[in-house]
Write a protein that binds this ligand. Structure first.
Ligand code: HEC
Length: 157
């Protein structure tokens, strides 16, 4: 391949990277597939971590011990009544295993979509009670107690 073709390819590569980096992910309701809006819901969640998450789909708190601990106490007040203290399942399904009613729950974007927009029945949108940053904290705790097959941990891929 000659140099000008290589140069052109490198240019296209750079342009594609730029496009991906600035585009935000569209989050969708787990059941209806409708695009979710962040215009409503509990305020205060528009943090640097959430901005990163909206662009990359990666939860920066997954490796942050303090945030995982905060997520644990939020989980205990907002979720454990239905999902069990260890996320082992109760009225709602277990959240620390690798079985998902909504398979996208194995990705962080999919898990966030279920929390923000809700699913069916008793699993309403959690966005009136928790802001988006608090959801990332809870998600990080859930990932930290994961007991499923490591090869099914899609959020690590
Ligand atoms: C009032 C009870 C209730 C509360 C509170 C609740 N959930 Fe749920 N949750 C449910 C039920 C019931 C389902 C099953 C709904 C369905 O299948 O559509 C569910 C489903 C889910 C799912 C989908 C699981 C799968 O296998 O795909 C996730 C993830 C989830 N909840 C996370 C949470 C988190 C995190 C919280 C706290 C912020 C929470 N829920 C609060 C009852 C609840």
């Amino acid at each position: 391949m000659n140099r000008s073709i290589l140069g052109a390819l490198a240019g296209i590569g750079a342009a594609l990277t730029l496009t991906t980096a600035s585009a935000e992910i569209t989050f969708r309701h787990a059941v209806t597939g409708e695009a979710l809006s962040f215009e409503y819901g509990k305020a205060g969640g528009d943090t640097a971590a959430f901005k990163t998450f909206k662009e990359t789909g990666k939860n920066p708190y997954n490796t942050d011990k303090d945030m995982i601990e905060k997520g644990h106490s939020l989980y205990l007040s907002a979720c454990s009544g239905c999902h069990g203290h260890e996320a082992e399942g109760k009225l709602g399904p277990g959240l620390a295993d690798d079985y998902w009613t909504y398979p996208r729950g194995a990705t962080d974007v999919g898990l966030f979509e279920i929390l923000w927009g809700g699913a069916q029945g008793m699993m309403g949108p959690q966005s009136t009670n928790l802001n988006s940053d608090e959801m990332l904290q809870i998600m990080a705790w859930l990932r930290s107690v994961y007991k499923g097959d490591p090869s099914k941990a899609e959020w690590l891929k």
